[in-house]
Design a protein around this ligand. Structure first.
Ligand code: NAD
Length: 372
């Protein structure tokens, strides 16, 4: 199979973790006999530096042509006080909107080897396996009117949280479909005691749930959900929520996984004529300026995003499983970065990438042996 992939390393540790993700993708190509056509483009702070635009036209065109896009992270401290359209994060919102990837899937699971990396008690974390389904192209991050106007004590900022029934329906359907392949439970998270937006959200989810009588559904206010995620995380299977709530709750999920560097994500949009999802894949973390350039960032989230890409955009389930198995194998061997190993000798970002590539080798023999 030919895999036509666009890489957008972005800023800070985005560059470092994407380099490792690329190595792993190339190794998958070698081990499983796929041809790769990989291109790279600019997004975020580096794109502003080189072109003046956080989401240049060239990047937009290449992303439209690629079968799938793998992103690192964007954000540079020097843009913290820049106007909104000259900030790296505008590039991130721009590419998500341009590709129409409305459905952001963020799996959160615990690994036996990392139970002690979580600040929570082992018995709370052991066995956690949930997926956060976050609406990605609507809500307060995109709603208009927005902006800052006026001066002095009258200076005023406005954002608008807006959703249509159609936008809620399609993300809810995604959550229920996923639940059918898992433990058949959806928890829809909103703030319907205060926000009209959430009242519509809840009504639509109740309506969609009627099409899935085999899936249990419950509704939870977002403040309670923030608490339940650390009190009783194993109660969750599929968590369905809007854009900003999902952004915040999934960082909380990092506490369960042991480090934010562990979390991958897949952002899916309309299906293509081939039947594959339009996909943008990225680790959940940001550009981490505090550790950028030191070869110590955890690349597992980016590598897990490669596995998600193989599965959703290329239908290569066996290859995706092999990458996930290689990750687990390396975790078990203790070759992990400093965020997971505060004491003792930690591995570097590139050593972890190399270890995953090595661990991918035997996967083929095992698969071949099973076939013969
Ligand atoms: P962050 O995720 O970059 O970092 C939060 C903390 O987690 C830091 O201490 C960092 O060192 C650590 N961390 C993050 N990823 C890690 C990894 N892979 N390995 C080890 N440690 C890791 O969040 P932040 O500090 O709030 O934001 C920094 C910049 O990133 C900002 O400009 C922000 O806008 C941007 N950001 C971008 C994205 C994205 O590109 N999707 C997401 C979140 C934040």
């Amino acid at each position: 199979m030919q895999l036509n992939v666009l890489l957008l390393p972005g800023d800070g540790i985005g560059v470092e973790v994407t380099r490792e993700a690329r190595k792993v993708l190339e190794q998958v190509g070698r081990v499983f006999g796929h041809t790769l056509k990989i291109s790279e483009a600019l997004l975020g702070g580096i794109a502003i530096h080189k072109t003046g635009d956080p989401f240049p036209e060239d990047t937009r065109e290449l992303a439209a042509e690629a079968d799938a896009t793998l992103m690192g992270a964007v954000g540079l401290p020097e843009f913290d006080n820049a106007p909104p359209d000259k900030r790296p994060e505008r590039g991130l919102l721009g590419i998500r909107k341009a590709l129409g990837v409305y459905s952001n899937l963020r799996p959160v699971r615990s690994y036996k080897a990392l139970l002690d990396s979580s600040p929570l008690k082992n018995e709370l974390v052991d066995g956690v396996d949930m997926i956060i389904v976050r609406e990605l192209t609507g809500g307060v991050y995109y709603g208009t009117p927005r902006g800052i106007s006026g001066a002095g004590l009258e200076e005023r900022a406005v954002n608008t949280m807006t959703y249509t029934r159609g936008e809620i329906e399609r993300i809810a359907q995604m959550a229920f479909e996923l639940a059918r392949k898992r433990r058949k439970k959806v928890t829809s998270v909103d703030k319907s005691n205060v926000l009209e937006n959430s009242q519509l959200w809840r009504r639509v989810v109740v309506d969609v749930a009627k099409q899935y009588p085999d899936v249990a559904v419950d509704h939870m206010l977002v403040d309670n959900c923030a608490m339940q995620l650390v009190l009783n995380p194993k109660r969750f299977d599929v968590v369905l929520t809007e854009n900003m709530f999902g952004d915040i709750l999934s960082d909380e999920g990092a506490v369960l996984a042991g480090s934010i560097g562990m979390l991958p994500s897949a952002s899916l949009g309309p299906k293509r004529p081939s039947g594959a999802w339009t996909g943008l894949y990225e680790p959940v973390h940001g550009s981490a300026p505090d550790i950028a350039g030191q070869n110590k960032a955890n690349p597992f989230g980016a590598i897990g995003s490669v596995a998600a890409m193989l599965e959703y955009s290329f239908g290569l389930t066996r290859e995706a499983q092999a990458v996930n198995a290689a990750v687990e194998n390396v975790l078990n061997s203790g070759r992990v970065t400093a965020d997971l190993k505060p004491a003792g000798k930690a591995a570097t970002t590139s050593e972890v990438g190399d270890a995953v590539c090595e661990a991918l080798q035997p996967a083929r023999k095992e698969v071949g042996a099973a076939k013969s």
